[in-house]
Design a protein around this ligand. Structure first.
Ligand code: SME
Length: 152
């Protein structure tokens, strides 16, 4: 399903104010995983209180052992300190990478800003090699901007 079609669905889910934030974020993860064929695991990590670590929030896909990720570790931990999108075409080429599944070939992590502060991120694993383009980055930035609106 094209990103332009998914955008109003993302907004509709996030506007379901009667549901908890976690419930709405789980629905976002499921929407993306089910409608974008190369999105095989979709999750949100958030800064864990005042600790320099990330904690897994809502996700869709196989459960992972990596619930807590220290800042600086793996692709996610690097994005927590760089504040930049990280597109990994080939996870095998990365030294600082935390493997969640042997099937994963590529990953994209986009930081989530609330009032200008990097408070978390959306993380996508793909079992397809080199699947991500700038279109994915712009779409995931849109998703995170909309998510930030319900976190404030
Ligand atoms: N691969 C990530 C760890 C999180 S899992 O993909 C769910 C990383 O290197 O930070």
């Amino acid at each position: 399903m094209p990103f332009q079609t998914l955008k109003p669905q993302v907004e509709s889910i996030l506007n379901s104010g009667e549901l908890s934030v976690d419930n709405r974020l789980t629905q976002i993860c499921e929407l993306l995983k089910e409608n974008i064929p190369y999105y095989n695991w979709v999750g949100f990590y958030f800064k864990n209180g005042d600790k320099n670590e990330l904690k897994l929030g809502s996700f869709a896909g196989e459960p992972t052992d990596h619930i807590i990720i220290p800042f600086g570790k793996g692709i996610c931990g690097q994005v927590a300190v760089s504040n930049q999108n990280f597109v990994v075409a080939d996870v095998k080429a990365q030294d600082n990478y935390i493997a969640c599944s042997i099937h994963v070939k590529a990953e994209i992590v986009v930081p989530l800003f609330l009032n200008g502060e990097n408070v978390g991120q959306i993380d996508i694993d793909s079992n397809t090699a080199n699947p991500f383009s700038t279109k994915d980055e712009r779409f995931l930035e849109f998703v995170n901007e909309k998510v930030a609106e319900i976190l404030s």
